[in-house]
Ligand binder design. Structure first.
Ligand code: ZN
Ligand code: MN
Length: 262
């Protein structure tokens, strides 16, 4: 039987052996959020999982089940919570979900966790979840639990950005359902991308303030914040390689005890 890296495909006995032998856990966090007419709503969850799966091929790591709901989509980075299907959590729900899961990992012997965020709006609430978990673990007498927390796109190399956007980079926040996410999906899950549905909207332009209720007219009707034209599976592979090598190098640096995959 080939070795499995996904926690939810493992028996508890295999999981226990691997944790005892020093495997770390990679926890992907995503969202269920509109990604235009051409990408699935699980894009953020699928991409953070794909980054984790690539890393688990290189080092002794277990990929935990992805957290598939995220914090409320914001117009300037995810199109906004008004789109049908964008199904979001309150901030404290997300933070508490993370707190509970992290405490369970620690209770079963884990001491090193890597949280891989794939949905911009989750950022501060993943920090909160980690903080609450570590505070409770300290009350339980566990003081040696370490967490690495990251947004995978921060590992995009400058050379890669220059290759992918020869005419200028719109910025990571406007890259919602655009060239980067569509290219990554073409690389990891091509059967889930509908290239015929790629919208022709112009890039969104937002004022430097927010309004409540949301001014939905600020957001392109398609939900795509900058044009996805120019996406390709080759560009997706360049990005995926940056994430697999960059995040793995960071893990080896911070967790030098982690073993390589033989
Ligand atoms: Zn996304
Ligand atoms: Mn998102």
């Amino acid at each position: 039987m080939t070795e499995r890296n996904f926690m939810n495909e493992m028996s508890w006995t295999t999981y226990q052996k691997r944790i005892e032998a020093g495997a770390i856990i990679l926890l992907p966090v995503g969202a269920t959020e509109q990604h235009g007419p051409h990408l699935p709503m699980g894009t953020d969850a699928m991409l953070s999982t794909a980054v984790a799966a690539d890393i688990a091929k290189k080092i002794d790591a277990i990929v935990a089940p992805v957290l598939s709901f995220g914090y409320k989509s914001q117009p300037k980075m995810g199109g906004g919570n008004h789109f049908c299907g964008t199904t979001s959590l309150d901030a404290d729900t997300l933070a508490h979900l993370l707190r509970d899961v992290i405490k369970e990992f620690a209770r079963h012997g884990l001491r090193q966790l890597v949280l891989i965020n794939g949905h911009y709006e989750n950022m501060m609430f993943t920090i909160e979840g980690v903080d609450l978990a570590r505070r409770e673990l300290a009350y339980m007498g566990i003081h040696d639990f370490q967490v690495m927390r990251l947004e995978y796109w921060d590992f995009t190399k400058r050379e890669t950005i220059e290759k992918i956007f020869p005419e200028g980079f719109p910025g990571f926040d406007l890259e919602h359902a655009a060239v980067m996410e569509t290219s990554l999906m073409l690389h990891h899950h091509p059967h889930l991308v509908d290239m015929a549905a790629l919208p022709d909207d112009k890039p969104a332009s937002f004022p430097p303030y927010d309004m409540y209720p949301t001014r939905t007219g600020w957001v392109p009707c398609s939900g795509v914040l900058s044009p996805a034209h120019g996406c390709s599976a080759e560009k997706g592979k360049l990005l995926a390689d940056d994430y697999a090598t960059g995040v793995t190098a960071a893990i080896r640096k911070e967790f030098p005890n982690v073993k390589d995959k033989s």
